[in-house]
Design a binder for this molecule. Sequence first.
Ligand code: HEM
Length: 326
Amino acid sequence: MSVFVSFGERISPYAFLAVIFVLVEPVLFNTRDTRVHQRKKKYLSPAFSAKNLNDYEPHMSAQVTKLMTCITRHAQGNGEARIDFNEYCDYAFGKPFGFLDKEENHLNLITTIDARGEVLNAIGHLPGLLRPVMKYFYLDPFWPKGLQATSNLASIGKNAYYQRRDQQDSRKDLLSFLFNAKDPDTGSPLSETEIIAESISFIVGGSDTTSSTMTNVVDIVSRLPEIQKQLADELDKAFPGRMSAGWIAEFQPVNQLPVLNAVVRETMRLKPTSSTGLERVTPPGGKVIAGIFIPEGTLVSVPTLNIHHDETAFTVCEPGQSGSPI
Ligand code: HEM
């Protein structure tokens, strides 16, 4: 297989320094401790079950309606209005930050997440001992500014958390699961610090991913008239006479549409939102990867983009064939 495997550093005795860069405390996304991951998975998995995802739909539909209103209003101008779709997509789902109401990135959240992501991607390539001092490296503002953005994100996340906590409503969303979750080890409610840490990770993990995927879908489809036609035909057939201003499709029928789902999946293959390699650590005793023995405790990763563009990783299906979405 022609996939490039990058073998990173051995986990050094200073690995604990990496914890400094974890916002608040380690979360499901970034913990390297399998026991901690299993514990967190126990109380978080129900929040992502098919049934509960269905129950979030009314909140999401309300945001989609606002997004559609924004897009329609811009499109009804003189036809020359430029829509920054990325900005409108950001945070259209999940806990609303008010972008769609105010029609602007009023918390500077998008810039903050971008700056933070870039600096965290870069800092992982520096020796562990240098990492904590990079916020003082004023010769290159990339470092102090990006690291400042990580603290800003923590503040934005904490504020959003306190607002949601003080709402005291029974709205069912990811946070309501965390409020009601019991610590699998002790049976007690989760600590506020743990809830805040997990909810901040949702802001990054759940919004940037969806917004860039939606932006990429629109970008790719807008360049392919044949695909536009196939999509329009599929939607006309699935929802005859229902597509009008203010109408939002329900998830269940949309989930069954083969062309639409193939377009979204192919977009995520071509332009994965996490395109660099996600890191893993080789197990005790080491591991043979792509024919090379890698000693235990070594960081390894394969860039997602490379896997997605390697034909040996996929089975090509003809339309109608088993395994084909179309
Ligand atoms: C197009 C949208 C999305 C993409 C492309 C995406 C991508 C990913 C990827 C690649 C991982 C694996 C990370 C790793 O193994 O290191 C992951 C994990 C995760 N994602 Fe997403 N994600 C998306 C949407 C969301 C949303 C909306 C949420 C909800 C807040 C979410 C929550 C999570 C969580 C909690 C994990 C950690 C799971 C675990 O470690 O067991 N994701 N996502």
